[in-house]
Design a protein around this ligand. Structure first.
Ligand code: F6R
Length: 250
């Protein structure tokens, strides 16, 4: 089931998410946290880094698992998710790189399941808190429309819309890799808690479609309705088309 929390803006929503993450880390110093890349969670990571610094919080036992990684992009490319997670999570939070896992994405990987990553997550005890963003077409991770809800971590193909949207991080759309390793929707559904953040009017259709019933694989975000504990943190623009008052939480 998905609960929806609507906040005035991205700053307020990111502050709440950062506080929730910090509370979890204090309560469970060996928590396992799933981290998304993209623009959406960056402020929450910055605010969490400030809280860790202010409180001298112990982060030495945490483990992080990134959602996805492009195939055929070297790790030292600034837009590889190895590099992005290092820049936005590992360094600012002050954790050792050995605590941070990003899917390996060999150049010759072909479409299909990549099970070792799910096994690594299970061996770590499973994900306590999974952070998610959402694409304009409703993708979560790189699970594009049509991905089975039970999918494990796998190699998937990006849609042209996703490549266009992510081209803002590259010099041109041709540089955006067409394939990526991504936690599957099945992997994401195993997390004990999931938080999806979405900000801005460009995400309003994807949010409406994710909450539309019944869940359908053409709308990947709607798979989160099958999660036992999932909250969407939205600003007013992303929530503009939400039409499900009973699900809202204060
Ligand atoms: C990132 C990811 C994607 C993004 C989504 C939104 O690891 O898996 O699903 O969360 O593409 O991206 P932004 O936040 O840049 O709008």
């Amino acid at each position: 089931m998905v609960k929806v929390k609507i906040l005035p803006d991205k700053e307020n929503a990111s502050e709440e998410v950062a506080q929730m993450m910090h509370d979890l880390i204090v309560e469970k110093p060996n928590a396992v946290i799933g981290v998304a890349t993209g623009s959406t969670p960056e402020l929450a990571y910055d605010l969490l880094a400030e809280k860790i610094k202010e409180n001298n919080t112990d982060v030495s036992q945490l483990q992080f698992f990134a959602l996805d990684e492009y195939i055929a992009l070297p790790w030292d490319h600034p837009e590889s998710y190895h590099a992005v997670i290092n820049r936005t999570v590992t360094v600012p939070l002050g954790v050792d790189p050995s605590q941070v896992h990003v899917p390996e994405a060999p150049d010759d990987a072909t479409e299909g399941p990549v099970r070792y990553y799910d096994e690594q997550i299970e061996a770590a005890g499973g994900i306590d808190l999974q952070l998610l963003g959402i694409g304009r077409n409703g993708h979560i991770g790189f699970n594009e429309p049509g991905t089975p809800f039970e999918s494990p971590t796998h190699v998937g193909r990006l849609t042209e819309m996703t490549r266009q949207d992510n081209s803002r991080f590259f010099d041109s759309v041709d540089e955006v890799p067409p394939l990526a390793v991504t936690q599957g929707i099945g992997t994401i559904l195993k997390s004990r808690k999931a938080i999806l953040m979405a900000f801005g009017e460009a995400k309003a259709d994807a949010i409406r479609d994710s909450l539309a019933e019944p869940p359908a694989e053409e709308r990947p975000g709607s798979g989160l309705q099958l999660h036992s504990d999932c909250v969407f943190y939205l600003d007013e623009a992303a929530a503009a088309k939400v039409d499900c008052e009973p699900l809202k939480v204060d």
